[in-house]
Design a protein around this ligand. Structure first.
Ligand SMILES: [Zn+2]
Length: 71
């Protein structure tokens, strides 16, 4: 099941035109591209999170090092 990108009515997958408003619906290629973009964004977000965590850990270990007494 899909939803019309124009009027929002529910319709079957794989149709080219909405039967309610007649608007052209995104084809399989477009859907695949959108899905790919969404995955890329998701991946970039994961990378950014990992990077932020790494930086936090580095700061933490640096602080620990500074707190150690120097004999
Ligand atoms: Zn429609």
């Amino acid at each position: 099941m899909g939803f019309c990108i124009s009027c929002g009515q529910q319709h079957q997958d794989g149709i080219r035109f909405c039967r309610f408003c007649g608007n052209q619906q995104p084809g399989d290629q477009l859907l695949a591209r959108l899905r790919q973009e969404a995955e890329q964004i998701h991946y970039m977000r994961l990378q950014a999170q990992a990077l932020a965590q790494q930086q936090q850990q580095q700061q933490y270990s640096q602080n620990q090092y500074n707190q150690q007494p120097r004999w």
